[in-house]
Ligand binder design. Structure first.
Ligand code: ADP
Ligand code: MG
Length: 140
């Protein structure tokens, strides 16, 4: 077990649903510490940069339109195995397939508008955190 950081995001559908407080409660209860939080809105270009690894996927255009349609909440969580812990709390990419009680099952809309993001590896977490936060905004 190692202390890690992960980039979590509440996507526009779930910001609209009003589940910011519940999301933080679930994460804190699982031992994750929010060490940086901000509410912002992506331009289309910023959404494309965030999801650049998916550029060739057929859903890239729809996904980046969705991700820039309204505000998002960005959170850096720190804790033991933060990357896997947060993804476990999210559940599967498709809310229909996600385990009972997971955040995507409870609040996600569909496979694209699935409510939440979580980094999938230490390298992607490092890229995503540096893409979205300045060093002075992150306080362990
Ligand atoms: P995850 O967010 O679980 O890591 P991926 O990295 O595979 O999933 O995909 C990134 C995001 O793209 C997903 O969270 C979801 O919003 C969207 N997405 C994934 N697969 C599809 C799909 N088949 N159709 C539409 N949108 C998708
Ligand atoms: Mg992913």
């Amino acid at each position: 077990m190692a202390i890690e950081r992960t980039l979590a995001m509440i996507k526009p559908d779930c910001v609209k649903k009003g589940v910011i407080g519940e999301t933080l409660r679930v994460a804190e209860e699982a031992g994750l510490t929010p060490i940086a939080i901000k509410r912002t809105r992506f331009s289309r270009q910023q959404a494309e940069g965030f999801y650049a690894v998916h550029r060739e996927r057929p859903f890239f255009g729809d996904l980046t339109a969705f991700m820039s349609e309204g505000p998002v909440v960005l959170i850096v969580f720190e804790g033991e195995d933060a990357i896997a812990t947060w993804r476990r709390l999210l559940g599967a990419t498709n809310p229909i397939e996600a385990d009972e009680g997971t955040l995507r099952k409870r609040f996600g809309t569909n496979i694209e508008r699935n409510g939440f993001h979580g980094s999938d590896a230490p390298e992607t977490a490092a890229f995503e955190i540096s893409y979205l936060f300045a060093g002075l905004e992150v306080h362990p």
